[in-house]
Design a protein around this ligand. Structure first.
Ligand code: GLN
Length: 487
């Protein structure tokens, strides 16, 4: 196994004992990117030069006797909707091509302070709208387990990079499932923290009442360590919560004795592949065998989560994306026209099909006379979805479900079927609606493709979610399997 396939917590030991240098580790990852990137295509922008410089700086610090802390010297990838000072940040959209933000997102600053090395900016569905990276304005990323399949989305570049060993870990964003669904497709761990847990300052906004940044890693331990770095209050983001951040490492105990697990039956219904339901039920058996109580339960309004999401998310997106008009950021039409023409032509040329589609849907849902019938109504149903969860969490510590109804689908398979594409997120969207933390971790394979197990927790209780995930991971071997990308 190459260095590029090892989790950050193992590499930390090797760096500390000086068995490897950060430069060697970084070169191992960059060489891996050279080898597999032509086939996987995870990155929009590579930062080889900057990564080497960062690595040398870290080696100097280690040589001076500085202790190696979590993620110090670890090659990490960033989804390309996170602002990076002076480094192109495109959201995989023609409209932001050439945009170099004047500042770093708070999560980027925190990772820099932790000493992480940035390998590059990863591909996504344009403005994070999609479930396969096929909506990227530039190219489609491929699933490292089967190059004819999608990696999921929208953080498909980040999850493919981690799954392919092109980064040790990565950051993604999750508005309706965009960390968890691609994590499940690529056989890696991905967590959406509680809404407000991680600052979104410098995350290009999609749907502001839902967006959240989170870690994508090879195992649960790395997820806990990375979350600890990212989480916490930020005065630059008014929605970030001022709540103490626990040491998530303390939750990494292989024990679930006495924990109560709820299994909402709605997540095993129509459209969920039988092999996936089976794999999740087997996982529940493992947790039960370790002393957890497992019980069926119901969250009846979950079935409305998808339609509600497709009112709320486009409505908020239509407002957030109004700023791309050719005046301040990125693309501007070359045509000679008046001010309204400038807006129209710039937007027509810069945005892709799905983004335009959502701007129109959202503008309609917010328009006078329709606001009450759509946005307001959707917000009320959203409250009902949240109340279901509140009730379930009176009885259970976590809820366990499949992450996605299917394993990774073929490239092109759902491009002409928007409903099928959107159904891909039907099991992840409810947690976004209620702002809850959720993780996806590997729980088996179907036809050689990874299956994801989703664990949803109470607000701000990422710790218990990580504990259950860790206990399960330690009892199984799924996370040790790596995609075989030999030529
Ligand atoms: N796939 C969903 C969508 O298309 C969710 C995207 C996300 O979480 N960013 O909107």
């Amino acid at each position: 196994m190459g260095l590029f396939n090892q989790p950050a917590h193992e590499l930390q030991k090797l760096l500390q004992s000086k068995e490897i240098s950060c430069r060697e580790l970084t070169e191992a990852v960059l060489t891996r990117v050279d080898d597999v990137e032509p086939r996987v295509q995870s990155y929009i922008t590579r930062l080889d030069h900057e990564a080497r410089q960062q690595a040398e700086e870290i080696d100097r610090r280690i040589a001076q006797g500085e202790p190696v802390t979590p993620f110090m010297g670890i090659p990490v990838a960033l989804k390309d909707n996170l602002c990076t000072e002076g480094v192109e940040t495109t959201c995989a959209s023609g409209i932001l091509r050439g945009f170099r933000p004047p500042y770093d997102a708070t999560v980027v600053t925190r990772l820099k302070e932790a000493g992480a090395v940035f390998v590059g900016k990863t591909n996504l569905d344009e403005f994070a709208m999609g479930s396969s990276t096929e909506n990227s304005g530039f190219f489609t990323t491929r699933n490292p387990w089967d190059l004819s399949r999608v990696p999921g989305g929208s953080s498909g570049g980040s999850t493919a990079a981690v799954g392919a060993g092109e980064a040790i870990a990565a950051l993604g964003s999750d508005t309706g499932g965009s960390i968890r669904q691609p994590a499940s497709f690529c056989g890696v761990v991905g967590m959406k923290p509680t809404y407000g847990r991680v600052s979104r300052y410098g995350l290009v906004a999609f749907a502001s009442s839902l967006d959240q940044i989170g870690p994508i890693t090879q195992d649960v331990t790395d997820c806990a360590l990375l979350l600890r770095i990212l989480a916490g209050n930020d005065p630059m983001d008014s929605t970030s919560l001022d709540h103490p951040v626990p040491d998530y490492g303390e939750f990494l105990r292989p024990e679930v004795g006495g924990l109560r697990i709820g299994v909402p039956t709605e997540y095993f219904g129509e459209g969920v592949q039988e092999e996936i339901s089976h794999a999740v039920r087997t996982a529940l058996g493992v947790l039960e065998g370790m002393g957890a109580t497992v019980e069926e339960c119901s969250t009846p309004h979950a079935e409305h989560a998808l339609p509600v999401y497709y009112i709320i998310a486009p409505a908020e997106a239509s407002s957030n994306l109004a700023r791309y008009d050719g005046v301040q950021y990125g693309h501007r039409t070359a045509e000679d026209t008046d001010i309204v023409g400038l807006y129209q032509k710039t937007r027509k040329e810069g945005f892709g099909h799905e983004v335009k589609h959502r701007i129109m849907l959202g503008t309609y849902a917010l328009s006078s006379g329709y606001y009450d019938a759509y946005y307001l109504k959707a917000s009320k149903v959203r409250t009902l979805i949240k109340q279901d969860f509140d009730k379930a969490f009176e009885k259970y510590d976590v809820l366990v479900t499949p992450t996605s109804p299917t394993v990774a689908f073929s490239i092109g398979e759902k491009s002409d079927d928007p409903l099928q594409m959107k159904l891909s997120d039907v099991l992840t969207i409810p947690a976004n609606m209620a702002g809850l933390p959720g993780i996806s971790l590997p729980t088996g394979f179907h036809e050689g493709l990874p299956i994801g197990l989703q664990i949803i927790g109470r607000p701000l209780d990422e710790g218990t979610v990580l504990q259950v995930a860790y206990a399960y991971e330690q009892a199984t071997e799924w996370h040790r399997r790596k995609a075989d990308l030999r030529l």
